[in-house]
Ligand binder design. Sequence first.
Ligand code: KG4
Ligand code: ZN
Length: 337
Amino acid sequence: MLLAIETSCDDTCAAVLDGPRILGNVISSQAAAHAGFGGVVPEVAARHHLELVEPVIAAALAEAGVTLDEVEAVAATAGPGLIGALLVGISAAKGVAAARRLPFIPVDHLQGHVAANFLEPEPLEPPFLCLIASGGHTLLAGVRDHEGYELLGQTLDDAAGEAFDKSARLLGLGYPGGPAVQREAEGGDPEAFEMPVAMSRNPGLDFSFSGLKTAVLYRCRELGPEGVEARRADLAASFQAAVVEQLRAKLKRALKKGEWEAVALGGGVAANGPLREAVGQLCEEMGVRLKLVPIALCTDNAAMIGAAARYVEPIPYPDYLGYDAFASGEAKAAVPH
Ligand code: KG4
Ligand code: ZN
């Protein structure tokens, strides 16, 4: 039995897993605490994690119907993410593990998004192509085994979710921006405004979203507050269509070589309905299998961290006591003593 903890951003998450099976999976969103600021405030996030991490772990254990005595290892997201937020999760995990002399397993957050696909029911086995689009990252991962992935392309500026969040703010919609923009776009015309689909002539697999956010800013300036009010749904729909089209086009380019037989989506933006639809159509067109994990496993959660942890070498007690979180970059290979 594995206990997994995820606190890299603004969700406090804990899960209990038996192999690839989720027994308990609890997510306490702090969205309301950050809504007034229009985005995640790192210091506020860390303080909330501190208050929530213990009750969230208790809730995950209760949901699973197990006690700490049955837990054999404790995993936590080591990075990348907000350093103060990560430290709360890592410290909690190390504390629980050390008290029982259990091993500790540090997990890379992005590998967690990939590993969400390894969970029951209907786990997806590598090889597959995985598009991860979240608030902090947008990348195409070539997944050939359970341990890691090849970075095939990534955003050169903003992440797709960041573009949703920033555009939502410009449109006077709430935080988090993704779900708010999707809801608003339902009543709008995606062709009402011309929005740039960046990187379409770029032969690589990288992404760019900052120009799109600027385009929304200019349209808002041209329209003025009353104009934005009147055309909000059209603006949201046009913006969303441009994001979806860029993601779809890059995925298509990656699939064209015929190397991949399955596609998976991960990250918070993978919860987006029109994106799911567009990628579904693309996969049908290209004759590849599409794996869509439930939305609760697309956005940040600890079950995916537990799924990735199964393929990471556990660190025995007490070697992990000095293990540190990392804000960005690769997972640390060496354990500091
Ligand atoms: O993976 P995630 O939960 O956290 C990060 O690691 O960033 O992703 C959060 C991001 C936010 O930017 C949010 O606006 C976006 O995912 N998101 C969506 C939707 N739901 C969440 N974007 C578009 N459409 C959605 N339905
Ligand atoms: Zn994430």
